[in-house]
Write a protein that binds this ligand. Sequence first.
Ligand code: ADP
Ligand code: MG
Length: 251
Amino acid sequence: MKTRTPTNRKRKDSKEMNDMQPSTNGTLSLRDVVKTYEMGADTVHALRGVSLDIEKNEYVAVMGPSGSGKSTLMHLIGCLDVPTSGTYSLEGRMVAEMSESQLADIRNRKIGFVFQTFNLIPRADIFHNVELPLVYGGVRRAERRERTLAAIERVGLADRMKHKPNELSGGQRQRVAIARALVFNPSIILADEPTGNLDSKTGDEIMDVLDELHGAGQTIVLVTHEEYIAKHAGREIRLLDGSIERDVRTR
Ligand code: ADP
Ligand code: MG
């Protein structure tokens, strides 16, 4: 890639970077993050010392072969799991110092998750699927309704509100999942292979939605195997065997 590479620039002073306090103005900051899993007698090195900063309104594609640590990285960023060592700060606050209830609140309000498999509740209609984080968050009914309708409208599904997930296409289901992720205006949207179960045309529709959200100021981190999906992002991070192999701005 012919573009300016922050990786190369960073590498020169990576020692210095690692000694620095996490930046307080970035959305998130990882320093020397290691994640190992003990599997009986074996140790799996899922992440081997990852440092990165993601600023507000960045649009990042995380790529790399299967098993390279992409989902592990997303889980850590999403506060679904904790690093074995290293530090993580989100909006200037150290995640390791947060209580369980603060973490639950962050997972619900600050992070919007979108998964390959949509993860909708089959028996609930679209409105209730999107409303759910607000219910967990203790938001009152009138505000819940307002926020839920706004999120559903943003993904263009206002006419499908009363439908159940199985009455929708795959692309529409993923749009519901995006609406659910948006309902609290999260600091960051984490999408782990959001187009992985969709054909390329439907995948493009989902990427149109993500592009629009990014245009409106949303920070997005997206895992994908597909180059044409990654091209939507403005930065590409490649993982290889638990390490960052490349981190380049592509726009
Ligand atoms: P990717 O998403 O890039 O395919 P993962 O982050 O899922 O990679 O996995 C990275 C490595 O960590 C793999 O070797 C995987 O088998 C291992 N791993 C992931 N999650 C667990 C877990 N919960 N327990 C044990 N090993 C795991
Ligand atoms: Mg994965």
